[in-house]
Design a protein around this ligand. Structure first.
Ligand SMILES: [Zn+2]
Length: 228
């Protein structure tokens, strides 16, 4: 793994990109990385992700208690811990408030249908959780069953959770998720969405290793095959 100092700088750089790309506003969102020995490096509560310094980051344990740093552990960190508990294979969690993707959850329009082949290949569909009040234990409960089955999910009326083997991977899934949601938003202005056929979905999934996708793929809504 990257040494701690360069990892801290990388997390700050990803925070700046999240803020610059409008994936978070003000002090929204949080990033964490699983270190060795059950410790986690994470962004502090109440600090803008666009203006973090490496020394702002804090170290927390597997119970969500701070063991290093000066800031406060974010109330959303237990949701990260729920992801790590469900997925021993991941080492990073990124939570953001991507506006197009959130807009879909406000209207109840699914992000889990098969429309963009590269998104299907990367993570299948993007499921949306049941509603939970942000920053409460409910948020941990609603994410658990979803994150077992996928690397990218939406918390209803709130934001995204993306996970990866490292923090760059988790961040790029966030970018991809919001880019897809923005594209679907534009498409819906032009007309009805046409989904991929079951055969086209099969071929996307068969080729997903070529996209570097190795996590689980969410397939629950990929096969309605409404149109070819
Ligand atoms: Zn949030």
């Amino acid at each position: 793994m990257t040494d701690n100092e360069s990892l801290r700088r990388l997390i700050c750089e990803i925070g700046r990109r999240m803020y610059a790309k409008n994936l978070v506003a003000a002090s929204d969102g949080n990033i964490s990385v699983r270190l060795d020995e059950g410790q986690f490096l994470c962004t502090p509560s109440g600090v803008s992700k666009g203006f973090m310094q490496p020394t702002d980051l804090i170290v927390a344990d597997g119970q969500g208690e701070k063991i290093g740093g000066t800031g406060k552990v974010t109330s959303e960190f237990p949701t990260h811990l729920a992801c790590y508990e469900e997925r021993p294979d991941i080492h990073a969690v990124v939570h953001a408030h991507p506006p197009h993707a959130i807009a879909f959850t406000l209207t109840g329009i699914s992000l889990s249908e098969a429309v963009l082949p590269e998104v299907v290949a990367a993570f299948g569909g993007v499921p949306t959780s049941a509603y939970a009040t942000p920053g409460t234990p409910e948020g941990n409960d609603v994410i658990r069953p979803l994150i077992r089955e996928c690397d990218a999910a939406m918390l209803a009326r709130h934001g995204s959770i993306t996970v990866g083997r490292n923090v760059e991977e988790a961040y790029f899934k966030l970018e991809k998720l919001e880019h897809a949601a923005q594209t679907l938003y534009y498409a819906r202005q032009l007309g009805a969405l046409r989904t991929l056929s079951a055969d086209q979905v099969d071929r996307c999934l068969a080729g997903r290793q070529a996209y570097g996708a190795i996590g689980p793929v969410y397939t629950a809504d990929l096969y309605p095959d409404k149109t070819d």
